[in-house]
Design a protein around this ligand. Structure first.
Ligand code: ZN
Length: 245
């Protein structure tokens, strides 16, 4: 039996505390809505920017299998030391799920190595997400496409390295398209970028969105094996006869 997956949901938690319309949509914060909506054998904790060490102490990260990240207006307020700490945990195997405007989160850009820039427009248009990798575990239980009645538009070109898999591709009412569900491997860690989730819309109450994030948690969870070893002077497994001097 697979162990319970330990999930930490991190949110800058700024719009919900400053904008009444966002507070109304997410009275417990977006992290609270996601925590309430995830389906699976998960042990969930949440963390926010204003907490000491942004709620991401060494201990918390050591006890986190998958970190979910939502940031927008406060990317610059995230300390570089914490960014380095999170990135190194990802390289050691912790999964990372970067949501929506977290395409610009310091930790996501650091792990991608590109600008992660894109086009955007917020007119509350319809988004249709097509499954473009139907055999992928993150697409489990998701119909061929699903729609969000109102979302912010993100459009190509999205300046990321070519993803290892593109599980969802979005079409927007205004004509743009976007690689909306992108998988990456970095070191021993797995990263999933998932586009929807503008704070002005009830996206994190949507059943399909929550199912995608739940699937992504299972996919991104670390594989249990002994730690990797690197370096030279490795003893030979068999006697080497063909010595060359
Ligand atoms: Zn947004």
């Amino acid at each position: 039996m697979k162990p319970t997956i330990r999930v930490t949901i991190w949110n800058e938690y700024r719009h919900e505390t400053t904008k009444p319309n966002v507070q109304e949509l997410y009275p417990q914060g977006m992290h609270g809505a996601i925590a309430a909506g995830l389906i699976g054998d998960f042990a969930i904790r949440t963390a926010t920017l204003e907490e000491p060490e942004h709620g991401l102490s060494e201990v918390v990260l050591a006890e986190t299998d998958v970190l979910i990240w939502w940031g927008h207006v406060a990317h610059k307020e995230v300390s570089d030391a914490i960014v380095d700490r999170v990135a190194s945990r990802v390289l050691q195997g912790m999964g990372l799920i970067a949501l929506h405007s977290s395409h610009y989160a310091k930790v996501f850009r650091k792990l991608m190595g590109t600008s992660c820039s894109l086009l955007y427009r917020d007119e509350g248009e319809k988004e249709r997400l097509w499954v473009t990798a139907p055999s992928h575990p993150i697409a489990e239980g998701i119909p061929p496409y699903f729609e969000l009645a109102h979302e912010e538009m993100y459009g190509e070109f999205f300046d990321i390295p070519s993803p290892d898999e593109v599980v969802f591709t979005s079409w927007f009412e205004g004509g743009n398209v976007f690689r909306s569900g992108c998988c990456f491997h970095r070191g021993q860690g797995k990263i999933f970028y998932f586009r929807p989730g503008h704070e002005l819309y009830p996206t994190y109450h949507d059943t399909n969105v929550l199912r995608v994030i739940s699937n992504a948690v299972r996919w991104a969870a670390p594989v249990q094996r002994e730690p990797l070893r690197f370096g030279k002077s490795v003893p030979a497994l068999e006697p080497i006869r063909a010595m060359y001097k």
